[in-house]
Design a protein around this ligand. Structure first.
Ligand code: NAD
Length: 273
């Protein structure tokens, strides 16, 4: 019988993290390796992915760094072939590639009727198809042995954040996609393939740096507004997401599918009053 402690282990599991060299992705990768998983770091640039894998290997973990564009199905199929050749199976996928696209942002001094539709389409495509496509490609490898897919939503899909309409629409699509795919996978494969999401609050990373900080590193008024609307009164630290990710990847969450875990310091439950 599994003890509660053992059920959180990722030993003998092969887990892919897209966007694995990003700020949140790197943190997930580290936590997965420490939980005993063999981790595949997938990102746009081979050198960065390989470098992260080398760091983990030097610390005694099992890791593989691969370049692939999450929007390119053929690229993902090539990565899948390499992973299956090396490990023979895929047990988990964290869809961490995504984020804001600068040209999709509606600036405070901009009329909303001047919004950049092409820019917003880019944000929508990256955040929606950049999750659905890897889920299709890598999820198909989970049909026999089972596996867990973890999507990254955002507080931006629950309540209106100014400026980031395209990004928010993308994350709202992730919410229904997570539930839809979880239910349809369960109807076909029973409890083998689980699909869940986490909804992070605010973390300082590359994709939101310009939204949250000035060029000199000081916080913009937007950041101060975020602090006021977050009961914890601060940004999250990337490692504060790891517990939810490990839980959803591990057997500890065996009966959990179509769920979403908010990791937001209370942001979405607070009226601001
Ligand atoms: P980040 O910019 O640090 O990392 C994103 C990573 O995705 C980068 O390494 C980038 O190279 C990679 N990437 C982008 N496009 C790609 C593509 N087409 N193919 C492969 N890789 C690609 O950003 P982050 O904040 O760590 O973002 C991780 C996820 O968390 C995103 O989905 C983001 O929307 C989400 N999120 C972030 C926050 C936050 O506050 N930072 C809050 C909620 C949700």
């Amino acid at each position: 019988m599994h003890t509660e402690k053992n059920s959180f282990s990722l030993e003998n599991k092969v887990i892919i993290v897209t966007g694995g060299t990003g700020v949140l992705g790197s943190s997930f990768v580290q936590a997965i390796a420490e939980a005993g998983g063999a981790v595949v770091i997938l990102d746009l640039h081979q050198d960065k992915a390989e470098q992260k894998a080398a760091e983990l290997k030097a610390a005694g973990h099992e890791a593989l760094g691969l370049a692939a564009n999450v929007l390119d199905e053929a690229d993902l199929e090539k990565a899948k072939a390499i992973i299956l050749e090396r490990y023979g199976k895929i047990d988990g996928l964290v869809n961490a590639a995504g984020g804001n696209v600068p040209e999709s942002i509606i600036q405070p001094d901009q009329d909303i009727f001047d919004m950049n539709i092409e820019g917003m389409k880019k944000a929508l495509v990256l955040n929606v198809w950049g999750t659905v496509t890897p889920s299709k490609v890598f999820g198909a490898a989970m049909k026999e042995n089972g596996g867990s897919i973890v999507n990254i939503s955002s507080v931006s899909s629950k309540t209106v954040l100014t400026m980031v309409m395209g990004y928010s629409m993308g994350k709202a699509a992730i919410d229904i996609y997570t539930k839809w795919f979880a239910v349809e996978a369960a109807r076909r494969y029973g409890d083998k393939i689980r699909v869940n999401a986490i909804a992070p609050g605010f973390f300082l990373t590359h994709q939101n740096k310009d939204l949250l900080t000035n060029p000199d590193g000081s916080l913009k008024q937007r950041s101060k507004n975020i602090m006021h609307s977050t009961p914890y009164g601060r940004f999250g630290q990337p490692e504060e997401l790891n517990g939810a990710v490990i839980y959803l990847l591990s057997d500890a969450s065996k009966f959990v599918t179509a769920a979403e875990i908010a990791v937001d310091g209370g942001f979405t439950k607070f009226s601001g009053v």
